[in-house]
Design a protein around this ligand. Sequence first.
Ligand code: C2E
Ligand code: MG
Ligand code: MG
Ligand code: MG
Length: 282
Amino acid sequence: QVKAQRGNALCFFDPQMEVEINQRARLETDLQTALVEGQFELHYQPQFTLAGQMVGVEALLRWSHPQRGMVSPGEFIAAAEDSGLIVPLGQWVLRQACMQLAAWQQVPHCASLQLAVNVSARQFRQPDFAQQVIAQIQQAGAPAHRLKLELTESLVLEDVQDSIAKMHQLRTKGVRFSMDDFGTGHSSLAYLTRLPLHQLKIDQSFVRHIGQQHTDDVIVQTIIGMARTLELEVIAEGVETPAQRDFLADHGCTLYQGYLYGRPMPVQELVARAAQAGQGVA
Ligand code: C2E
Ligand code: MG
Ligand code: MG
Ligand code: MG
């Protein structure tokens, strides 16, 4: 990373920096084109109970780039946030998710799935965010109580009053909330009790080191305990090994998401997988 230094004009012309600025500008233009030309798609990662029942999915955005192939959100969400494009992009994701929920009402093994959608801060801070979501649900004819919005601690803490107000507005319609990447932010029990949450999602960074780093074992146990105290669901993300699952299960975790169960996949694959799980093959 090159930073401009006071009194060193040469830094301003650093070629590496210029390359980075150009790349970012190019990325932002490409993202705009992608939205207009329909290059985005949602993939779905299944969520299971310990008994192997598929109870939900998380929608994860993918960019099907004409030259680069499938691009992951890690490579473009930050640019979409900086440029403001995350707002229309997030609206597209919500509309897509609501249409999927409505369509799944007629699909065996899919009708009772919860669908979780990631929401970015800039999107959530739109004054009419709650009304937008309600409108999307109604236009699609989606069952509101199957829609789950994933928020992060930093997003909520940015403006707690505003967050609580919007969450209550949506909660009244049946929409549920999960606290994503839980444990990585600055949570306190004091404000957690004030939020109309449904679920805590244990961040994958803690799950990854289960059995290797004692502090992470303790954090995982503490989060599960907090969820129980607050009477919330708890789901672990990034579960990759049977050992991680067993540790989580032993400490009372009820829901699981990760490569051990399935990667994010296109919708047709997910539907097939749901039918399989319905027959007890999970
Ligand atoms: P996230 O919401 O925490 O999603 C979990 C990420 O972990 C996903 O990465 C998922 O593919 C990955 N993952 C799932 N299971 C495993 C596992 O067992 N091992 C490992 N190593 N990774 C696993 P992905 O799809 O690349 O998404 C990254 C982040 O991008 C998401 O983190 C979320 O913050 C953001 N994102 C994705 N889709 C959207 C969207 O539609 N809107 C917004 N605003 N953000 C999104
Ligand atoms: Mg998420
Ligand atoms: Mg997460
Ligand atoms: Mg994460």
